[in-house]
Design a protein around this ligand. Sequence first.
Ligand code: ADP
Length: 612
Amino acid sequence: MKKKEFKTESKKILNMMINSIYTNEEIFLRELISNASDALDKLYYQSLTDKNLDVKKEDLKIKVSFDKDKRTITIRDNGIGMTKEELENNLGTIARSGSELFKLENEKKEDIDIIGQFGVGFYSSFMVSDKVTVLSRSISDDKAYLWESEGADGYLISDATMDSNGTEITLYLKEDNDNHKYSEYLDSYNLERIIKKYSDYITYPIVMDKEVDKKIEETTINSMVPLWKKKKTDVKDEDYFNFYKDRYYDYENPLHIIKSSVEGMVSYDALLFIPSHASMDYYTKEYEKGLELYSKGVLITNKCADLLPDYFSFVKGIVDSEDIDLNISRETMQLNHQVKTIARSIETKIKKELLELLNEKREDYEKFFKEFGNQIKYGIYSSYGMNKEMLQDLLLFHSSHDDKLVTLKEYKERLSEDAKKIYYASGESIAKIKNMPQVENMLDKGIEVLFLTDYLDEFTIKSMHKFEELEFCNVLDENENQEEDDELKKTNEENKDLLTLMKDTLNINDVKFSDKLKNHPVSLVTTGEISLEMEKVLKAMPNSENVSANKVLLINKEHPVYNKIMSLYNSKEETELKDYTKVLYNMALLINGLTVENPNELTEMICNIISK
Ligand code: ADP
């Protein structure tokens, strides 16, 4: 028989395992038991819909045994088993956990660290063994097969026999050496300790043969109470962390743990996690939201999307409810009354916990918002403000007040009673925003301004219309920049022809003289719904070239450029006036933190003016 080769990625991981000097290698047992438990879940779940299968939950179990002389440890389950093809596909290629691990390895993280922090799956058995065999018979096959491998150089699959369905994995432990006593695992006390430490919550019995009253009896080692059924006070943070990292393939601890037990119309236990960072695929189409759904400790589906709204799609975890029918089909889940009730309750709980985090652990919340804030904003924006009530208190924006992140509520609390507006300015960076003349004016007057630097910010605010009774107001909105002074009004009236000529040259909405620009010669403001920043974002999207902001160029009446324009106009130097106008417009773009549309044309005009 010819040995088959592992896929390249698998080979790499395997080599890492074989050569690992990882001190926490005992997790190999946790990995194999977890696979066995999954296999039991799968079988039980299938039996619920397949009338030909007669499976009793109480018969399902995992057995761990060892042989001191042969130096082997065996883990056996009577679960779903694997066909020949499945053995080939599942064990010849690295599975999901492995591929995540692989990505990290490429980022050159410490190998040792990775092994500890990830669930590394079946291959972790090679940390302690120089040979592994997998004997398996699938529930849908009457033949059994034996998979065997001595490491990275390949594996063999041959025909075998087995009385019933299930999988038996045998590890041939490595020889002891000066640094390492693998034979320590050939000991019931030690194996028991490891099982209790990592696999106590597995919902099936993990049994070992033990001597009781001089007779060998099968004894259950684990308590079988799943972690999510235990009281928070009875569980160490460390246990939650390990559970999370192992299950959701994260290498960092979660930022926040949510534990909830609800008794009522629909009762359930939930153990939820807010990750400390967005996974690599989080903001891609590939990401699938969802929670694991259990009924009475039996897994129904490992991704029930209907339990989470899109704006909380980052939440991971488990819901276990005895009120959900075990036979619920995945297709009708969405319409299921109980599922809907739980989803609503979970949504409220998540929000409450996030608000608590915001109020009590601000630093953690800001970290959360940095990672997942866009999802919250998108939740408001994409629903045209419909989710506003649910989400608005979770928003953070950078504020001129102490240059910190603030909530809208905090902004409001600082306002005087008669104030009616929340002022904001949007731009590429905080530095650029701070340079805008209008922002300078506001800050001079002691008005707090929100600095919106994220492309979603302004769209979010627009779709909210108001926060409570306060209106959102862009400092670059023309209404905020209207002349209040009668004399200025008169100047604008009297120079209508000049201003129209300039406006037509630029093909924008209006050109006006202003007295609000402090030392700046010019500035751009807008009228209507679309601001300059929004125009920038919209233009960057496909098929939206036609959207543009209604622009108004303001020229500082107190600045020497005013006199220059007047004199050009009065001496009828129209060509020059037009060039000046264009230069001023481009200057305004720069002052507003935007980019110049045609740098070549601009530099040419400036050269012309300089060389005159
Ligand atoms: P993971 O558990 O992360 O998917 P593993 O490398 O541990 O990765 O296992 C790969 C696959 O092999 C599993 O997804 C499962 O389909 C199959 N498998 C492993 N152990 C068993 C088992 N005891 N019974 C049935 N299938 C198993």
